[in-house]
Design a protein around this ligand. Structure first.
Ligand code: PMP
Length: 454
């Protein structure tokens, strides 16, 4: 065990990690990175197959982003946005508005995905107070939603494993069924999806819209739920209904934003303009913590007033609008423009689809889901009966460990193998990574199959 691993095990408490398990196994220490590869302290190189938790876009040590941060360091690393403006934050706000769906004209900064959603929830709530519709206090969210780990975002979350323990601490949202076709429990015949999930929403809205401030949704892909994907047209329907019933639509693009789905934002696939959009993860190209909640002029205007009106939005963090992070984000957007990143994605997405078709034929690949360069491969013990593996077999985790032996770092969500490569990955690299995943699934599930039979 090297010194870092020893110190880590002695002093560090890792996120989303059972520490008893962590300290009992050898752990990898990453000391460097280059392009789409991470390098450990022994000098071994691994593909970063989940983009360092879905954040990395153009690869590691991208010269232009490195340079932008260094240049900003020569000016000022941090200053508060309470009572002061800074150059990168104002430039970035202008550029975010330019690339965002039409109608989103104001940018409120915070530090990570959770705070971006927390801001949206509080802003939506306060908005209705100002508009005199004080009964609008509740939020609609999807079952199995994940919007972050602060108390507000956990309240609208719907993942039992993560969220149940905190229930006594939370406010109660109105949960509606997740629009996941593979797991649909509303339609008896999946071939004829009547989008019953939308019907349920319409019933809720018709009955309760006077109590509902907003609906928060992960567009196209419910990421932390295991890359559950909604049917085409679902998001547009949600927009139509929330508008009809005067409920604010908060689209959480923390995971889907910045090219992940093949377009800059997932909303664009269905020409949706939400009332609020939350951004983080890819915003700095995966370099520094930064988040933004974008909103409309109408919502912004509802907060204007004299000091005595008490209409101010009293929310903000010490590092809000950090100049270094904003400089990285400006460099990120510049690379998108100059390297025509979005235009280059179609070939990569198609290459992934071709490999995934082969993976889908594996005996235990229950469902293979892809949206742009977001992939979830759900493993099943019995594919025909959709019977999952027993939890304790940790099949998803074992597949990911197997992939490490072949030079790929990926992380599962339960038995869903997640693949979310940096957008900068070449077609060849995407193919190589998916070949490793194919082989790893095959080796682990065949072994598990033999074990569970014998
Ligand atoms: N929203 C979505 C859709 C996410 O996927 C995540 C993180 N995975 C968050 C919010 C929370 O972001 P953070 O971890 O940066 O707080």
């Amino acid at each position: 065990m090297n010194e870092t691993e020893m110190k880590d095990k002695q002093f560090v408490w890792h996120p989303f990690t059972q520490m008893k398990d962590w300290v009992s196994r050898p752990q990898m220490v990453i000391s460097a990175a280059q392009g789409i590869k991470l390098i450990d302290t022994d000098g071994n190189e691994f593909y970063d197959g989940v983009s360092s938790l879905w954040v990395n876009i153009h690869g590691h040590r991208k010269a232009e982003i490195d340079q932008a941060i260094v240049e900003q360091l020569g000016k000022v690393a941090h200053t508060t946005m309470l009572g002061l403006a800074n150059i990168p934050a104002s430039q970035l706000a202008e550029q975010l508005v330019a690339v965002a769906p039409p109608g989103l004209t104001k940018v409120f900064y915070s530090d990570d995905g959770s705070t971006a959603v927390e801001v949206a929830l509080k802003m939506a709530f306060q908005y209705w107070q100002h508009k005199g519709k004080t009964g609008k206090q509740k939020f609609i969210a999807l079952e199995q939603a994940y919007h972050g780990d602060t108390v507000g975002t956990v309240s609208v979350g719907g993942i039992d494993l993560f969220h149940r323990v905190f229930k006594p601490l939370l406010f109660t949202p109105v949960h509606i069924p997740a629009p996941s076709c593979y797991h649909c429990r509303l339609s008896s015949d999946q071939a004829v999806c009547g989008m019953q999930c939308v019907t349920v929403l319409e019933q809720v809205l018709a009955e309760h819209h006077e109590e509902i401030a907003g609906m928060v949704i992960e567009p196209l892909v419910q990421a932390a739920a295991g890359m559950l994907m909604s049917p085409p047209g679902y998001l547009a329907k949600i927009r139509e209904l929330t508008r009809k019933y005067d409920v604010l639509l908060i689209v959480d693009e923390v995971a889907t934003g910045f090219g992940r789905t093949g377009k800059m934002f997932a909303c664009e696939h269905e020409q949706v303009s939400p009332d609020m959009m939350t951004l983080s993860k890819g915003i700095t190209g995966g370099y520094l913590p930064l988040a933004a909640t974008l909103t409309t002029q109408a919502i912004y205007d509802a907060f204007l007033g004299d000091y005595a009106d008490k209409k101010t939005f009293y929310h903000g963090h010490s590092y809000t609008g950090n100049p270094l992070a904003c400089a990285a984000a400006l460099a990120n957007l510049k690379i998108f423009r100059e390297e025509r990143v979005i235009e280059g994605l179609a070939a990569k997405i198609a290459a992934a689809a071709a490999k995934l078709e082969q993976i889908g034929k594996l005996a235990h690949a229950g469902d293979v889901r892809q949206c742009g360069l977001i992939v979830g491969i759900e493993l099943m013990q019995d594919k025909d009966r959709k019977a999952p593996y027993p939890w304790e077999q940790a099949v998803g985790a074992r597949v990911c460990l197997q992939a490490r032996k072949y030079g790929l770092i990926i992380r599962p969500i339960g038995d869903v193998v997640i693949f979310m490569p940096p957008l900068a990955s070449t077609v060849k690299e995407i193919e190589e990574m998916l070949d490793i995943i194919h082989r790893s699934i095959q080796e682990v599930t065949e072994r598990t199959f033999i074990n569970s039979d014998s």
